[in-house]
Design a protein around this ligand. Sequence first.
Ligand SMILES: Nc1nc2c(ncn2[C@@H]2O[C@H](COP(=O)(O)OP(=O)(O)OP(=O)(O)O)[C@@H](O)[C@H]2O)c(=O)[nH]1
Ligand SMILES: [Mg+2]
Length: 465
Amino acid sequence: MAGPVGKPFPGREPLLDTIVAQATPPGFGAVAVVRLSGPDALDIGGRLMGREARALDGWASRSSRLCTLVRPGSGETLDQALVTIFHAPGSYTGEDVVEFSTHGGYAIPAGVVAACVALGAREAVAGEFTRRAYLNGRLDLTQAEAVADLVAARSAKGREVALHQLEKGLGDRIATLRSRVIGLSALLVQHIDFPEEDDAPTPLEAIADEAETVVAEVERLLATAPAGEMLREGAVTVLAGAPNSGKSSLFNALVGVERAIVTEIPGTTRDAIEAVVEVDGFPFRLVDTAGLRGASERVEKLGIEVARRYLAGADLVLYCREAGLAATGQEGRFLEGLAAPVVRVRTKCDLAGCDEVPEDGDVAVSVKTGDGLGELKRQLREHAFRGIVDNRDEVPVVTRRRQADLLGLARDEVEGFREALAGGIPPEVASAHLKSAESAFEEILGVISTDDVLDRVFNDFCIGK
Ligand SMILES: Nc1nc2c(ncn2[C@@H]2O[C@H](COP(=O)(O)OP(=O)(O)OP(=O)(O)O)[C@@H](O)[C@H]2O)c(=O)[nH]1
Ligand SMILES: [Mg+2]
């Protein structure tokens, strides 16, 4: 397969200008990194060294030296910096790259960026370095997306999945599926071009069977998409239940600090309170809400409305009821009306005694003793991230809507192909489905892409990446 990696895309404009940006966030820190990439990077980098102007192209690639940087023109010293160079194509972008590791803070890196601009570089826009890496064939589009996910990762699992994707875990799987679809087209051609040949072509039933296994494989990938999306955003987990059922206490216990006010007065919580927490390596957006009841007081009523809005958009609901209290009919109706999966929590089990066996599937917890919190966390992870919890690297995770939409398209086309064959549609007509599936896989990888798609992918990035 003529994969996207290894050679620049045919027909692309050469990247003529040299770009510069600070790659580390502005602010106080020991070191800041300024990245310069493009055809004039070595020349501009060398000229920043004033009278000692150095011929950086004489340095070995990936070598570093401590250098004094000076402002062009005035010769004023800008900083002492560790300068590292990378010769094309062995760099992040695939171009000549100079990286200045300067002292941190605001003034120094900004001064180095300004000096590069004065010497002819252009300030990079968000994601432009990675976009160049993609355009120069250093990364496929799933890997470029993984770079953004890795930078944004807030949990251990998020980081693991993004790293796996950066190492082409998803890209390779998509490339294999693409090859299998091309293989199907090749088998089909025998039926189209040489139907009367003596060498019997692969029977249509066998081709349909292979199509079916491709569909199943795509579906396995697609099954990871909901969890993959939550891995990036955090699973929205809403604590709900009657007033005084211990929601805010549980929220605080899961967050690890006393964020929400807790009192023995029913109706304490009014607004929704959110916190992002990592539970056993997985990201959750916990939301504490007002206790649900037929309140007459205006502020409490508003709080209950807010709770209902959150419940409508929840990925998961933690429904709290004090252990020892019986369920009401109202509770049953409420739970039935929820779209999200529900974990039923029996709170304050230290009072009722944790020996009381909770109903099937309920988790008994006490924030006073810590009993049951471990089991609750396990259930949280299991409910929200089912499908990817134990899958490790066996099935790569689909992390973006873009990938999932295109995979859905590919699945429908291969399935359409299989049905067409089964329905006796002539092979030359059915083969159009395979072409469309192939294009969908290619679009995921970025073998084919439009500026629109690239803008959407790279606009999420920070400047300097
Ligand atoms: N013994 C014991 N008391 C608890 C436990 N969890 C909560 N409580 C008490 O139960 C009362 C109500 O707790 P909250 O966390 O404010 O309950 P809530 O569901 O947020 O109540 P509203 O905000 O009014 O809806 C407080 O007095 C808590 O100290 C527990 O595990 N054990
Ligand atoms: Mg509360």
